[in-house]
Design a protein. Structure first.
Length: 205
């Protein structure tokens, strides 16, 4: 099969990543990986014992990309570059995933309040002659939040599908005193690194 540079595959359920790709004119087709906890995920996002957050996010992005690329070949679908990504929030060396309930979301926001944390987004691109990955690291400092602010935010749907329990593109933008790094990376897809990898794969961004 011939690799085409007209469109890529995006193996991600994130609506933010779709929005960011559209923002820079990248055409894509969704390639959905299974994440059902009952039937089993195609790629596990469990943290390994003593795994460093930077190693974790890079490993998950790479494994998603490798699985998706293999799936294309098994299904005999047209070969186009496959883009995968993973984002995590870390503070004090600990990974903060997506909160499962209100109590967990409140606890995460209380921990981030008045402090600086890291947002790590790793991007991987797989194609016929390339399998590369880059990780972007941003620092985010939150203002000191009141209990009322935290409760009000956690009463919205925003925290529950996002690493660290917040989305910088939403209401939580009001909490951010300072960022150092990539705004799009904090949203879930650092566009500079993404474009760099796609160009290496032959896609003209």
């Amino acid at each position: 099969m011939k690799l085409t540079d007209k469109k890529i595959y995006l193996a991600s359920k994130s609506p933010r990543r779709r929005e960011l790709l559209r923002q820079v004119g990248v055409e894509f087709e969704l390639l959905m990986l299974r994440s059902d906890p009952v039937r089993g995920a195609d790629v596990s996002e469990d943290v390994l014992r003593d795994e460093d957050p930077h190693d974790y996010v890079a490993r998950v992005a790479k494994e998603k990309g490798a699985f998706a690329w293999n799936m294309l070949q098994v299904r005999r679908q047209p070969l186009r570059p496959v883009l995968t990504a993973d984002t995590t929030v870390t503070i004090d060396g600990e990974i903060l995933g997506k909160p499962t309930d209100n109590a967990e979301a409140v606890a995460m926001l209380e921990r981030l309040s008045g402090r600086t944390h890291e947002v790590l987004t790793s991007v991987a691109v797989h194609a016929e002659r390339i399998a590369e990955q880059m990780t972007q690291v941003s620092l985010v400092r939150f203002a000191k939040l009141t209990p009322a602010q935290i409760r009000a935010y956690c009463a919205t749907p925003e925290p529950y599908d996002k690493a660290g329990g917040y989305g910088i593109q939403g209401l939580a933008a009001l909490f951010v005193e300072h960022i150092e790094g990539s705004h799009s990376g904090i949203m879930g897809l650092p566009l500079f690194e993404t474009a760099t990898l796609l160009r290496k794969a032959g896609y003209n961004v």
